[in-house]
Design a protein. Structure first.
Length: 563
């Protein structure tokens, strides 16, 4: 079917939004199968989750899109399904994908009910004034309780229970009804082919042969191959080399029209040129930019170094290639005396960082050392120089039903980035869920803590901690250092200090490792071999004052806690 034939009133643009694991991708697969976009087999489970990491982790990282053709009451409709990432780290991508739509399917697990990201995603859709169709999934589960979930939806979102559709995405139960309701309830885009061309970039990926592939939703006019288009954000002009629709594979077309969703390739060299939220228009026909563009903002920072400095240039090219594909990662060159040359990278959140790391390893075979993540602070330097458990402040509390409560807190980001989510899950036996948004900078009692080996500071370990945490952090890091530094010929004092005040101390006892102890008799070559080995071992050490510190010690101390 040629999509040129589609009148705007036969188009529906929608997203599926859900808390993680509530079955968004499974439902998307079923919709693709019913409309014949993909053939039903066991292998195409979660077709929209393209990246290897996404499949392994079962989470969606990059938004994917598919145009579906659906017959309803003798008419063929073009349904553009825009998949959204399911994790809090990517909420900006969710909000952009949503703004390309007129409606959403809000999927809620029939057993788990409303969770943190159900609420967060609901409000993104609600604020964008979209039609929201609640879909209660997994009704096939033995302990499914759709009645209770419908009550929650009525209470929390003020949506009448009659509007909920009960389905099993896994078995396909009532999935066709979902498509019928999409056609009935979601309005067609209010756009016109006759207007000036205006398109929202809601995702972009990098292709080694063609450059940037930008996914766009047309809010007005039309665009064809050979057209000159401009990015509103950068003001740069490009020529359209290729465009088409996604089904979900790319299908080149000559032209895209208002109301449609598709992809465009226009000689952009890096994804920064097609940032999510940007507006495209025809050269010499400027339009008002679509609202809501904001450059992705890094919230969590970590150092990344090659395992071995000889791998530096290989890793550099891998990092460059990966960042071509993900404009939300910020990169700054950095170097550490202990770990050599590397980078300081900024990510949207912890999961984003892990996914980046995993992609480096899987797609580029790179082995890297990632230091413990930190969050940005603004420091006010005074003339004297710089100096409740998670420091949270409760903001509000709402009972969702007699078993669940939703609480809002103001948290310092630093308290959340490392192990908060794991602890919350374990304390609540997996029942609690969590979502967050940036609340800006707040003043706090923070201090700078140094670590000393025999009185000499180890600069790469210097850290910023809250005053109330200084003692426990100092003690913990000193213990880790003690365990990681081998005994030497003299005693070593490991100390944590705030200014000139020592707040924690461990001692590494003196010891002489006699590598020749096991060599009885006079085999000179064997002795020489052992001595050489010991000397090589020393090369991997960094000398701080008179103390030799193995590289591994830094890695152990800087590395995040192993889960
Ligand atoms: N029993 C049952 N299981 C389901 C159903 N739908 C999905 N699941 C299972 O629930 C798990 C999560 O489903 P996904 O489709 O990956 O969830 P998702 O919301 O896409 O997750 P993210 O992509 O991480 O946001 C998978 O193991 C699915 O097989 C259903 O209707 N019934």
């Amino acid at each position: 079917m040629d999509i040129c034939e589609f009148a705007v009133d036969k188009i529906r643009n929608f997203s599926i939004i859900a808390h993680i694991d509530h079955g968004k991708s499974t439902l998307a697969d079923r919709l693709l199968e019913i409309t014949g976009a993909i053939v039903k087999t066991d292998r195409n489970k979660q077709v929209l989750d393209k990246l290897q990491v996404e499949r392994e982790r079962g989470i969606t990282v990059k938004a994917q899109t598919a145009s579906l053709f659906y017959r309803h009451r003798g008419q063929t409709y073009l349904l553009n399904l825009i998949d959204t990432p399911g994790h809090v780290d990517f909420s900006y991508e969710v909000s952009r994908s949503i703004s390309a739509c007129q409606g959403v399917l809000l999927v809620v697990d029939a057993n788990q009910g409303i969770q943190a990201q159900t609420v967060a995603n609901f409000y993104l859709a609600f604020e964008a004034q979209l039609t929201i169709i609640p879909v209660i999934n997994k009704i096939d589960l033995k302990n499914a309780d759709p009645e209770r979930v419908e009550s929650q939806i009525e209470k929390v979102f003020d949506i009448p229970r009659e509007e909920c559709i009960r389905i099993s995405a896994k078995l396909g139960t009532n999935v066709d009804q979902v498509l019928q309701e999409v056609v009935k309830r979601i309005p067609h885009p209010a756009v016109s082919k006759a207007d000036a061309f205006r398109a929202l970039v809601f995702d972009s990926t990098f292709d080694h042969y063609r450059g940037v592939v930008a996914n766009i939703a047309l809010f007005g006019g039309q665009v064809a191959k050979g057209d000159k288009i401009v990015s509103a954000h950068l003001g740069k002009t490009y020529e359209v080399n290729e465009l088409g629709i996604l089904t979900p594979d790319e299908h080149p077309r000559d032209r895209l029209y208002a109301g449609q969703v598709g992809y465009v390739v226009a000689g952009m060299k890096e994804v920064k040129e097609a940032q999510v939220g940007d507006t495209l228009y025809h050269q010499n026909k400027p339009v008002e930019a679509l609202p809501g563009f904001k450059p992705a903002k890094a919230m969590v920072f970590a150092g990344m170094y090659p395992m071995d400095q000889s791998e530096y240039s290989g890793l550099r090219s891998a990092v460059e290639k990966l960042t071509l594909n993900d404009s939300s990662v910020t990169v700054q060159r950095d170097s550490s005396l202990a770990l050599g040359a590397g980078w300081r990278l900024g990510f949207l959140g912890l999961l984003h960082m892990e996914v980046f790391n995993q992609r480096l390893e899987q797609e580029y075979n790179a082995s890297v050392i990632v230091t413990s993540p930190t969050v940005p602070y603004k420091a006010v330097l005074c003339s004297a120089k710089l100096m409740k458990n998670r420091r949270a402040v409760q903001k509000n509390m709402v009972y969702i039903d007699d078993q669940r409560v939703m609480m809002k807190y103001l948290f310092p980001l630093n308290e959340v980035v490392v192990d908060f989510y794991d602890q919350l899950k374990s304390l609540s036996s997996g029942y609690a869920s969590f979502d967050y948004e940036d609340a800006g900078y707040q003043p706090a009692d923070l201090i700078k803590m140094d670590f000393l080996l025999n009185g000499r500071p180890v600069e790469e370990l210097t850290t910023i901690v809250h005053k109330d945490r200084a003692y426990s952090t100092g003690k913990f890091m000193c213990e880790r250092l003690k365990d990681s530094i081998p005994r030497q010929m003299f005693e070593i004092a490991v100390q944590a200090a705030i200014g000139s005040k020592i707040i924690a101390r461990e001692t590494i006892k003196a010891y002489r490792k006699n590598v020749l102890a096991k060599c009885y008799g006079g085999d000179v070559t064997r002795k020489m071999k052992l001595l050489k080995k010991q000397a090589e071992g020393k090369k991997k050490m960094r000398r701080i004052g008179n103390v030799d510190v193995p590289k591994d010690a830094f890695i152990n101390v800087l590395k995040r806690k192993d889960k």
